[in-house]
Design a protein around this ligand. Structure first.
Ligand code: IPM
Ligand code: MG
Length: 365
């Protein structure tokens, strides 16, 4: 099988973590019978520097032609003073929207070796396995009108929080299907006590549930969901929510697993074509130092293998390899516990990538 992958390294630690994930792809190309053809293009701040646009036409064209996209991270202080529509983040949002990547899957899984790196007590997070399904091409991120203008002599900023029932039903179905393959619990998160748009959200999700009688649906207000995530996170199986709530809750869920550096994500269109990226940002403060954790990006490759290419076994092998290097005590600085650090092997970005490939070699060769 031939698979065309477009790699968008982006900014900050993006190029470093992506290059380790590309090594994994190259290893799999040589060993698993999938022939990955890898192309590169610019997005975000690096694209602004080279072309004055965060999402050059050429990049969008290449993205449309690829079978899957692997993205690092975008953004950095250097571009922080640019107006919203010219910022690096626009590149990412433009890709999501132009490619119709409405379904964002963010699994928060605790690797048992990392229980002590969680910000919660190990007893609270042991066995944690949550999937956040975040709507990605609508809601307040994209609603119009939006802007900052003078109203009655006073500068006023405004955005529009909007969802129609088709968008809600579409993402709800992705979440119900996912719950069906897991523990059959779906919690829909909204703010239906205050916002009409999410009152509609709750109504539509409840209607859609009629087609999934085997899945148990519950609803939760977002403030409560934030609290429950840090109080008793194991109560959740699949969470479905809108764009902004999903952005916020997925960062909180990430921390439960030990580090934002561990969380992969998939953003899928209606046909399953997808863009895969770590949930973490570009972390400009540690860029270029070979200390960033590449595991979230490597795990994003596993998601790509599973969701876009249907290669469950190879995907599982990559996840297993990650588990093994953690069990062997390898830690990048973000997952190195403060106490007892002598019993772990502190490694850099590249060494972590090499360790994963070695663990893969043992399984595959
Ligand atoms: C994410 C990020 C993005 C978002 C930013 C970089 C635009 O925080 O993917 O979670 O808000 O969606
Ligand atoms: Mg975010």
């Amino acid at each position: 099988m031939e698979a065309r992958i477009l790699v968008l390294e982006g900014d900050g630690i993006g190029p470093e973590v992506v290059s380790q994930a590309v090594r994994v792809l190259e290893f799999l190309s040589a060993t698993s019978g999938i022939d990955f053809k890898i192309d590169y293009a610019l997005v975000g701040g690096s694209a602004i520097d080279a072309t004055a646009s965060p999402l050059p036409e050429e990049t969008l064209k290449a993205a449309c032609g690829a079978d899957a996209i692997l993205l690092g991270a975008v953004g950095g202080d250097k571009w922080d003073s640019l107006p919203t529509e010219k910022r690096p983040e626009r590149g990412l949002l433009g890709l999501r929207s132009e490619l119709g990547l409405f379904a964002n899957l963010r699994p928060a899984v605790l690797y048992s070796a990392l229980a002590s790196a969680s910000s919660l007590k190990p007893s609270r997070v042991e066995g944690l396995d949550i999937l956040i399904v975040r709507e990605l091409t609508g809601g307040i991120y994209f609603g119009e009108p939006r802007g900052i203008k003078e109203i009655d002599g006073c500068r006023t900023g405004f955005n529009t929080y909007i969802y129609n029932e088709l968008e809600i039903d579409r993402i709800a179905r992705v979440a119900f299907e996912a719950a069906r393959k897991r523990n059959k619990h779906l919690c829909s998160v909204d703010k239906a006590n205050v916002l009409e748009v999410t009152a509609l959200w709750r109504e539509v999700v409840t209607q859609t549930a009629a087609d999934y009688p085997d899945v148990e649906l519950s609803h939760m207000y977002v403030d409560n969901a934030a609290m429950q995530l840090v109080r008793f996170p194991r109560q959740f199986d699949v969470i479905v929510t809108g764009n902004m709530f999903g952005d916020i809750l997925s960062d909180a869920a990430a921390m439960l697993t030990g580090s934002l550096g561990m969380l992969p994500s998939a953003s899928l269109d209606i046909s399953g074509k997808g863009m895969y990226e770590p949930v973490h940002g570009s972390a400009p403060d540690i860029a270029g130092q070979d200390v960033a954790n590449p595991l979230a990006t490597i795990l994003s490759v596993a998601m790509m293998l599973r969701y876009t290419f249907g290669e469950k076994k190879v995907a599982h092998a990559v996840e297993e390899a990650v588990e093994q290097v953690l069990a062997a005590g390898m830690r990048t600085q973000d997952i190195l516990p403060a106490e007892n650090s002598a019993s772990f092997q502190r490694v850099g970005t590249r060494a972590m990538g090499s360790a994963v490939i070695q663990a893969l070699e043992k399984q595959i060769l």
